[in-house]
Design a protein around this ligand. Structure first.
Ligand code: CS2
Length: 346
């Protein structure tokens, strides 16, 4: 047996210990990798997190819940969806930023995208569309195509179709029949430039604010009015803090259910196909729910004590149309003329 001097033996012992320690650590990290990074049984390969501004009773939430179900079923559990309602995870603009940062994956959005690219203004421009035929023409026509393209290029979001919503109406605690009644009224609007120009031109004081802050602000009196479609007024419980539903119908619009483009590209081709098809089915599901719901919510709002007020719609339109047009860039003004001409020709 070879005998080593004491010092050398000690060094070798130390080296052996370090070696064993390193091996142990390596084993630990490999184990950690396999337990955390590899999908476990019942654990999806892709977990999608969706932030919504509406609560569980709204058609958009229900449509996303359906989307989650069919995705999980058709992908054999490889994709799963987590839904976060009522802006509890993120407000609309934050949700877009979080999708861009790949922290979450999906949301609904529309003209708020004007903050990234201007043509988005046309999905919610006041007094532009009169009925669902106008809307369908715009969505499927060159403007709709341009919007979807810009959405991917400028925002990194992919549209999965569009959701319906009824016309937006003004709610308040004094009846508003004519723009003259608006003088100085502090009204919350979404963070969308054309909404600010419109309500300013009409004589009110528009304040951009996230949707989830509206109820409390109305309750505390920091704002006096807001505007949204029937279903959202009902969904957010505004009947508790607003008495009048003034039928301004000033905006007819749609929203896009969207997914981060980077996240979409990470799906293998078979799952991408399932995803896009399920997106189409979600759209159809939402449209049917919307039609079923639209009358019902009006009855619910009346039952909750809201008084519906007829307004002089023409007076509203005439007072703000020029300001809306002037707020557009020359390029957008050209598109505006095209859309009007298409409408007249239809
Ligand atoms: C909502 C939004 O915040 C609101 O009032 O109705 O859906 C709004 O229309 C969006 O900001 C559009 O992007």
């Amino acid at each position: 047996m070879l005998r080593l001097p004491i010092n050398k033996a000690k060094t070798m012992k130390k080296q052996l210990l370090v070696h064993l320690l390193l091996k142990g650590m390596l084993f630990f990290f490999v184990l950690l990798f396999f337990t955390t990074c590899q999908p476990k049984e019942n654990e999806p390969e892709f977990l999608l997190r969706t932030a919504l501004l509406v609560n569980e009773d709204h058609t958009w939430y229900k449509a996303f819940a359906y989307f989650g179900e069919i995705l999980e079923e058709r992908s054999d559990g490889r994709i799963k969806m987590e839904l976060y309602p009522s802006e509890q995870l993120a407000k609309e603009i934050e949700a877009i930023r979080m999708i861009q940062a790949e922290v979450i994956d999906m949301t609904t959005t529309g003209s708020t995208l004007t903050n990234w690219f201007e043509v988005a203004t046309f999905c919610e421009l006041p007094f532009l569309m009169q009925d669902s035929l106008d809307m369908q023409r715009y969505i499927k026509g060159p403007i709709g195509k341009l919007m979807e393209q810009e959405m991917i290029e400028k925002t990194g979001l992919r549209s999965l179709g569009h959701f319906q919503r009824g016309p937006r109406h003004l709610t308040s605690n004094r009846p508003i029949r004519h723009p003259d009644d608006l003088k100085g009224l502090i009204i919350r609007v979404p963070n969308v430039p054309s909404f600010v120009s419109t309500w300013k031109a009409l004589g009110a004081k528009p304040t951009p604010m996230a949707f989830s802050e509206v109820f409390t602000s109305l309750q505390q009196g920091t704002i006096e009015a807001q505007e949204n479609p029937f279903a959202m007024i009902n969904n957010a419980g505004f009947a508790e803090v607003q008495k009048y539903l003034n039928l301004t119908g000033h905006v007819l619009s749609w929203v896009y259910p969207v997914v981060g483009e980077k996240q979409f590209q990470k799906l293998p081709p078979d799952l991408q196909e399932i995803f896009l098809k399920a997106g189409k089915d979600m759209q159809k599901y939402e449209h049917d729910l919307f039609l079923e719901n639209e009358k019902k919510v009006q009855e619910q709002l009346k039952a909750k004590g809201m008084e519906f007020i007829e307004v002089d719609k023409d007076a509203f339109q005439q007072k703000c149309e020029k300001a809306i047009y002037d707020s557009l860039s020359p390029e957008m003004q050209e598109i505006y003329h095209q859309l009007k001409a298409e409408k007249d020709a239809a």
